[in-house]
Structures are given as C-alpha cells and as structure tokens.
Ligand binder design. Structure first.
Ligand code: SF4
Ligand code: SF4
Ligand code: SF4
Length: 152
C-alpha cells in the first residue's frame, strides 16, 4: 500500500500552507484519506514538479479505481510477466488477437496492460467486479505467480 511518506516525497516539501494544511506531510495524509485532491497543492503546477505531479495523479487514479472494484496492484511484487493481462476476460474480449497470441493487448479498451515491466490498470469501470452489479471474477488474481494483485 502507498504510505504517507511516499506521497510526501512527491510533494514540494515547502510547507507553504497554500493547500490549507500546515505541512506537506499533513496534506499527504489527507490525500491518502481521500479527503483532498492533488490539485489543491497548486505549487505542483510548476514545471519543475511535472514528473511528481504525473506520479501523484497515477497513484490517485489507481486508488480511485480501487474504491469501485478494490483492485490494487502491488508494484513491488509485480515483475511484468503479463499472465494477468492475457487471463482477464475483458482484455480477451476487447483485443482477442493481441491477447490470444500472447502479446500484450494493443488497444485502448483493455483493463490490464504491462507498462515499463509493471502491470497498470486502465478502464477500471469495465472490470467485471465494478459497481454494485459486479461479479466475483478472479482471473487476474489466480494467474499471478507473485500475488501482486489484490482486491481490498
Ligand atoms: S500546498 Fe503543497 S507545498 Fe504547500 S503545504 Fe500544501 S502540500 Fe505542501
Ligand atoms: S477481476 Fe476479472 S475483469 Fe477485473 S481485471 Fe481481474 S480478470 Fe479482469
Ligand atoms: S500482476 Fe502478477 S501476473 Fe500480472 S504482470 Fe504482474 S506479476 Fe505478472
């Protein structure tokens, strides 16, 4: 799971208080509690923080997805083998040829893709577990050799 310290390291660390919090660490905790939005830290718009902002947006878009499906990818355990990518029935339905011959899916509709040797969730609203009518699909979990995928 993402820790407050990981989030803090991506913030400007100036304790400027523009976000309404006394310190950047307090803001990091607020973000993890889903009580604030990354954009409330306007100093992050400075180009020198461009990469930090991108990473923060990636982290929080994954966490927002987890609210709906519970899907969490533990990056430190994933080594990008692609087993989950080819096992996901939604991936297969959306890219039958790319998945079927063992290549990574190639279009923008799939849920799981390997990016830089780590699997990244996209289009989470199409996951079979999504929403109140979701079903207990576990194809991506059972095919992962390192238990990197978890539904919380
Ligand atoms: S606005 Fe950003 S830099 Fe300023 S205190 Fe809040 S988190 Fe830190
Ligand atoms: S739970 Fe099923 S539909 Fe959702 S990402 Fe995993 S394999 Fe795909
Ligand atoms: S989550 Fe597991 S199955 Fe999927 S790419 Fe990573 S290590 Fe492989």
């Amino acid at each position: 799971m993402t820790s407050p310290m990981e989030i803090y390291q991506l913030l400007p660390k100036t304790n400027c208080k523009i976000c309404g919090e006394a310190t950047c660490m307090a803001f990091a905790v607020k973000l993890l509690r889903r009580e604030g939005k990354v954009e409330e830290c306007t100093p992050l718009l400075d180009t020198k923080y461009e990469n930090n902002l991108k990473k923060l947006n990636e982290i929080f878009s994954e966490i927002e997805g987890a609210e709906e499906t519970g899907l969490i990818v533990h990056d430190e355990l994933c080594f990008g083998c692609g087993n989950c990518v080819v096992a996901c029935p939604v991936n297969v339905a959306n890219d039958p040829y790319g998945v079927g011959i063992g290549k990574g899916p190639t279009n923008e509709k799939v849920i799981l893709k390997v990016v830089n040797k780590t699997v990244v969730p996209f289009n989470i609203e199409t996951c079979r577990r999504f929403g109140k009518g979701g079903i207990l699909c576990d194809a991506c979990i059972v095919t992962c050799p390192s238990k990197a995928i978890e539904f919380v």
